[in-house]
Design a protein around this ligand. Sequence first.
Ligand SMILES: [Zn+2]
Length: 167
Amino acid sequence: MISMGTMEELRDQNHTLALYCLSCNRWGEANLDRLIQNGKGNMPVTEARFRCRDCGEDMINTLEYTAELARETAYLYQRVESVIPEIEWPTYAPFVAAINHLKKERNALILAHNYQTPEIFHCVADITGDSLAVARKAIETDAEIIVLAGVYYADVTPLSVDPPRPV
Ligand SMILES: [Zn+2]
């Protein structure tokens, strides 16, 4: 659990601040050392604004949990409220929202193994099950991109889809 503190606290806990540009579909990372050198050490992480170097749009600060994001993800939190404490949801929600935006834009399908963590399994996955089940269901989709959220220790069922699509 990341505490929503200042830039300096974030760096001292060895965390990074991931940023995401919805327009470019690009991840970036805030340069915490430079921000702190420039006197922003005491700035609350959630107040910082970052601009995409490619398109100039505001990037999503992945630690930012705004009232708008809370509303947008409220129905998703209901699916995991028995396993994710409310105080931790602001850590997950920005990632969940960014993944779901990107998924829609790219016409992607997300498959998740039963052993996936709850925020992936319940909040971003389209198809869930054991390895064989997700492989079988994936064959029936017309999505352009298939994302497989597996687990390290699960056996791997080769996904062979005809026509071939990026997995
Ligand atoms: Zn951009």
